[in-house]
Design a protein around this ligand. Structure first.
Ligand code: BES
Ligand code: MN
Ligand code: ZN
Length: 494
C-alpha cells in the first residue's frame, strides 16, 4: 500500500473513487452539491433531495460522474455534526470509505482533504490511518486471497490549497511509518505458533534492526541461564522451543533510555495448569506485547525520533512438556527474588519479572511494559481500553494523553497497598497468583515486586490486543495496539 499527498483540484483528479466529506449541516451539503455540479451534474442533488444523504457519521452516498470526467465515481461520506468531528471520527469515516472503495474494486482511492478543527497534518494522518488499517487482512497463508484480484493499492489525499503541501507531505511520511509499525505488529501477532516461536520472533526483531539501522542482541538459552533469569527458564522448560531474550536499542546512548518491555509468550497453553481447549488458538497472540515493542521500534526508527529507547522481550513458549515447571515450584529471578509458581498459566509475570529486573541495568528514565497478562482485564474493561497501573502519575498522564490522541485508550486500575497481601507466599518472596479477585491488579502487584528504582507503567493489553470481532479499522485477531500509543508518547517525550 502506498500513501500519496498531492496539491490538485479535486475536479481534475483521475482516480477510481474520489472521496469527499460532508458534515451534517445543510449549508455544507449545499456547498458540496455546488462543487459536484460540474463533476456529476445534479446526481448528488437528487440523492440529497430524496433524503438519502444527510451527512450522518459514516453515511455514504455513491455518485457517478459525468461522461469524460477523469474519475468514474465519487463517494460522499458523512462526518456527523461539525462540532463533534474529531480524529477518531475521521479515521472511522475514512475506514468506511476505504472499505466501500474495496467493494467497488478500486485500486486508487483519493480523499479530498476536509476542513476540520484539527490541523491539515493531523486530519491527513487520521485519514491515512483509518483507510490503511481498515483494509488490513492477514492472508499470507491463503492461496485464494479475499479479493486479491482487486486490492486497493494507493491511498491519496488531495488538497486544492498549495499552503497544505508541507503539512500533507509530513502527514504522509509520518503515517506511512507508524502504519508500517502497526501492520508489522499485527502480522507478527496473527502469525501462527508453529511459525512464530522464540527464535523466529528474535529473527523478526533482528530483521527490523537491520532494516532500520539499530542494534538488536539476542540472548540464547545458555545466556539466559547465565544471567539468572529463572522465570524465563522455568516457563520455557515445558517446550522443545528454546527461549530467547531480545534486546533492542535505538537512539542516542548519552541520554537515559525509555525501556519498553513486551511479553513474548509465542503460545500459551497454560502449561501443566492447562487451559481449556475452546479458544486456546488465540493464545498464539500472547506475544502481542512483544509485537507492539517491535512495531514501535519499526515506527520510531523510521521516523528518526530523537529518543533513546531500549526494547526488552523475554520470548518463550508455555507448554506442558515432561520437563515443564510444576505448581509449587519456586524460581529465582534475575534480581535474586523468588516466586512460588502456584499456577503455571500465570507465566507472563514470571518472564516479565526477569525482564523488568534487567531493565534497571539501563538506569532508565522510564519503563513501560506491555503484556496480554490477564483474562480478568478483559472482564473489567472489555476490548475497549487497556488496563494501566504504575508508580508514577506524570508518566501515566502522558500515556493517557497519548491514548486519547490515538484512540488507543488506557484506563488506570489502582495498585493500592491492600492488594499486596493477596500475592504473599508461605515459601517464597512472592506467589504468582492472587486468587479470584482483582486479577489484573494482583498481576500488576507481582510485577511491582520485581521492578527496580525507576518510573514504571504496566499496560495490560489482553483485551485491546486480541479482538473477537471486526471494528471500523480493526479486524478479528490482532489489533496491533500499542504501536500508535507508544509512538505518540515518544513523539512528545522531552
Ligand atoms: N495469556 C493469558 C491471559 C489472557 C487471557 C490474554 C485471555 C488474553 C486473553 C495469561 O497468561 C493467563 O493465562 N492468565 C491467567 C492468570 C491466572 C492463572 C491468575 C488468566 O487470566 O486466567
Ligand atoms: Mn497463561
Ligand atoms: Zn499468557
Amino acid at each position: 500500500m502506498e500513501l500519496h499527498f498531492t496539491i490538485a483540484a479535486p475536479g481534475k483528479t483521475r482516480t477510481d473513487v474520489l472521496v469527499m466529506f460532508a458534515h451534517k449541516d445543510p449549508r455544507q451539503i449545499r456547498k458540496v452539491q455546488s462543487e459536484l455540479r460540474t463533476i456529476a451534474g445534479d446526481a448528488f442533488l437528487r440523492i440529497v433531495e430524496a433524503g438519502d444523504f444527510t451527512g450522518n457519521d459514516k453515511e455514504l452516498a455513491l455518485v457517478h460522474t459525468r461522461k469524460n470526467h477523469p474519475s468514474k465515481r465519487l463517494l460522499v461520506v458523512g462526518l456527523g455534526e461539525r462540532r463533534s468531528v474529531n480524529l477518531e471520527r475521521l479515521r472511522r469515516a475514512a475506514a468506511a470509505a476505504a472499505k466501500e472503495a474495496r467493494r467497488l474494486k478500486a485500486k486508487d482511492v483519493t480523499f479530498v482533504l476536509p476542513e476540520t478543527r484539527e490541523s491539515a497534518e493531523e486530519t491527513s494522518i487520521a485519514l491515512y490511518e483509518g483507510a490503511l488499517l481498515s483494509l488490513y487482512r492477514f492472508e499470507k497463508y491463503k492461496q485464494a486471497k479475499n479479493g486479491a484480484e482487486s486490492p486497493v493499492t494507493n491511498i491519496h489525499i488531495v488538497s486544492p490549497s498549495p499552503g497544505d503541501r508541507s503539512a500533507g507531505e509530513r502527514a504522509r511520511d509520518h503515517a506511512s511509518h507508524i502504519l508500517a509499525g502497526t501492520v508489522l505488529a499485527r502480522d507478527l501477532a496473527n502469525g501462527p505458533g508453529n511459525e512464530i516461536y522464540p527464535e523466529t520472533l528474535a529473527l523478526a526483531a533482528q530483521e527490523c534492526g537491520a532494516r532500520n539501522g539499530f542494534s538488536v542482541t539476542v540472548r540464547d538459552e545458555h545466556d539466559i541461564a547465565e544471567l539468572g533469569m529463572g522465570g524465563v527458564l522455568a516457563v520455557a522448560r515445558g517446550s522443545d522451543r528454546k527461549p530467547r531474550f531480545i534486546i533492542m536499542e535505538f537512539g542516542p546512548k548519552s541520554t537515559p533510555p525509555v525501556v519498553l518491555v513486551g511479553k513474548g509468550v509465542t503460545f500459551d497453553t497454560g502449561g501443566i495448569s492447562i487451559k481449556p481447549s475452546a479458544g486456546m488458538a488465540e493464545m498464539k497472540m500472547d506475544m502481542s506485547g512483544a509485537a507492539a515493542v517491535i512495531g514501535t521500534f519499526e515506527a520510531v526508527s523510521r521516523l528518526k525520533l530523537p529518543v533513546h529507547i531500549v526494547g526488552l522481550i523475554p520470548a518463550v513458549e508455555n507448554m506442558p512438556g515432561s520437563k515443564a515447571m510444576r505448581p509449587g515450584d519456586i524460581v529465582r529471578h534475575y534480581n535474586g527474588k523468588t516466586s512460588e509458581v502456584d499456577n503455571t498459566d500465570a507465566e507472563g509475570r514470571l518472564i516479565l519479572a526477569d525482564a523488568l529486573a534487567y531493565a534497571a541495568e539501563f538506569k532508565p528514565a522510564a519503563v513501560i511494559d506491555l503484556a496480554t497478562l490477564t483474562g480478568a482485564v478483559v472482564v473489567a474493561l472489555g476490548h475497549v481500553a487497556t488496563g494501566m497501573m504504575g508508580n508514577d502519575r506524570e508518566l501515566m498522564n502522558r500515556l493517557t494523553k497519548a491514548g486519547e490522541k490515538t484512540f488507543e485508550r488506557v484506563w488506570e486500575l489502582p495498585l493500592f497497598d491492600e492488594y499486596e497481601r493477596l500475592i504473599r507466599s508461605d515459601v517464597a518472596d512472592v506467589k504468582n497468583v492472587g486468587g479470584r479477585w482483582a486479577g489484573p491488579i494482583t498481576a500488576g502487584w507481582f510485577l511491582k515486586k520485581h521492578i527496580g528504582e525507576y518510573r514504571w507503567v504496566h499496560l495490560d493489553i489482553a483485551g485491546t490486543a486480541i479482538l473477537e470481532e471486526n471494528g471500523d479499522y480493526t479486524q478479528r485477531g490482532s489489533s496491533g495496539v500499542g504501536v500508535r500509543l507508544l509512538t505518540e508518547f515518544l513523539r512528545r517525550w522531552k
